[in-house]
Design a binder for this molecule. Sequence first.
Ligand code: PLP
Length: 396
Amino acid sequence: MFNEKMYALGSKRSIIREIFEYCKTRATEIGAENVFDFSIGNPSVPAPKEINDAIVELVQNENPVLLHGYTSAQGDLGVRTAIANDTNERFGTALTPNNIYMTCGAAASLTISLRALIENGEECVVFAPFFTEYRVFIENAGGKVVVSKPMPKTFQIDIDDFEGKITEKTRAVIVNSPNNPSGVVYNEQTIKALCEVLSRKQQEYSHPIYLIADEPYRELVFDGIDVPYLMNYYDNTIVCYSYSKALSLPGERIGYIAVSPKAQDSESVYLAICGAGRSLGYVCAPSLFQQVIKKTIGAKVDVNIYKENRDILYSALTEYGYECVAPDGAFYLFVKALEDDAYKFFEKAKSKEILVVPCDDFGVSGYVRIAYCVDKARIVNALPAFKALAEEYKNS
Ligand code: PLP
C-alpha cells in the first residue's frame, strides 16, 4: 500500500519537534513568558538588514524571469561564481562555479551528497554527538551509520576510536563543526589528525573516503575562534553549506555544495551530485534567494547576541553545579543531566517549565541540549528555575 520505512519516519516526530509542539500547547495554558522553551535551533537574531534590502530591490527592479524562473539545475552561474570567488578569497581555495551546486539548505546538501557518494551497504562514519537527521539521510542513501565516540569532557573527536571505525566499506565521514548539539569547534590539531588517518586508510583500501563538512554553523563562532576549512587539509572534501543559521534564513531553504577541485575525479563527483539532485527532485534552489545571496555576499548576523546568551547561561549553570561542555560556536549548550537518565532529568526540568532536549538520539546518553537562540529575557527568567532544579537534586 505504501512504503513502510517512510511511514515510520513520518509517523514518529523527532524528539525536538515533539518538545517544540508541547511548548506551543503549554504556552496557551500558562502564557508563553512562563514556558522556558530551549528546544529548537531556530535563529533568534534577525537576518542582516542587507538581506531585506536586497529582497526589496530585487523584487522592484530585477527581471522577473531571473527572479522567479528556473535557473540551471545546479544553480545560476553568476551566483555560483560569486560564491566560488568569495570562498577562494576567504580560504585560499581554487573553486570555480563548476564546483558549486546550489541547494535548499544543509539538509538537501547532505541528502544529495550522500546519495551521490554512497552505494548500498557502504558505511558513513559520524561523530557523537551528531545531528539526529544524519541517520535518516545516510540510511535513505542506502548507507550504514557507524558512530565514533567523543573524547570525554572536551567532546573533541577521539582519533583512536575513529581509526578503529574505518573499514573497507567506509565511503564517507561527516564532520560538523561548530557542532550541533555540543557547540564544540574541532581544533586544528584534531582536524590534522583526522585527515592523516583518512589519507592512510584510503591508501590502504585503494579507494577514496570522502570527508563531508556539514557547515551550517561555520559563521557562528565566538572570541575569534578559527574553524579549519577542511578542503585545505584533505583533498577528498565536500562542503555542505547553508545560510539557514549563518544569515538567519532557515525558512528560505538556501545553501550549496562545494566539491573540492582537488578531489579525486572531482568532475565526476560533481556530476554524481548533479545526478543525485536530479534523482531526488532537487533541481534549482529557490531563484529569488539565489540572487539575494549573490547580492549580499559577506553579510553577517550579529553573533555577539548569541555570545551574550552563551555567557549568561554558561556562567550561571556552572555556578549552580551543572557540568557544561565549553561551547565555542553554534547556539547550543551541552549539559550533563543531574542523573544518569537524561529523560528522567528532562521530566524534572519540565515540571519547572524548562524544556531542553535529551541527547540519546544524538548518540550520547546522560546529556541534554539547551538551544540558547532565544531572547535574553527567556534565559534570565529561566535562571531561578535552573537553580531550583539543581538544588532539588542536591537535597534528594
Ligand atoms: N546540519 C546540522 C548540524 C544542523 O543542525 C541542521 C539544522 O539544524 C542542518 C544540517 C539542516 O540545516 P538546513 O536548515 O540548512 O537544512
